[in-house]
Design a protein around this ligand. Sequence first.
Ligand SMILES: [Zn+2]
Ligand SMILES: [Zn+2]
Length: 193
Amino acid sequence: MKSLDEYLRDAEQAHGHLCAGQVLGVRLAMLGLAKLGIDDPRGKDRKRLVTFVEIDRCATDAVALVTGCRLGKRALKFRDWGKVAATFVDLTNGKAIRIAAKESSKALARQMHPELENKNQQQMLAYREMSDDDLFATQWVKVELPAEEFPGYKGERIVCEACGEGINFRREVRREGKVLCRACVGERYYEPL
Ligand SMILES: [Zn+2]
Ligand SMILES: [Zn+2]
């Protein structure tokens, strides 16, 4: 694993700027990996980890950077819950830890650096210095990860009987004897014009 400073430099490059969210995300991911004993997530341990993220903000980019888990590799799973939290699952033994940023860390950052007026500056500095315990709540958890969730899963591709589009990874829905995609059962996020 790299150092916090090295990861922050990489994060700044990848994300386009350095912000409090990046610091939080880098530290969150570093803590997750340390708890699982994964020290080379982009090298020898590169197929060992699946990460669930619960927000699509700055911190998420940093988590992806440190863990090497990416959406396109199916190693990064997104649950849109609006929380600065992530769960790291070790595929070799099923151990999983969920780590969430503490709400109190913002107030603590204010206390630590009252001399800085800009909130982002204040948090950026404080989140580097704060202890893991002040910054995060951690919890060992169990994550049900069926075969089709694994990065290397090769499954059958099925065609939706209503729209004719192909569906991978068992995302089809069976309803009244029909095989349908999630859009056609009414879960669509768009309306055809
Ligand atoms: Zn940012
Ligand atoms: Zn369909």
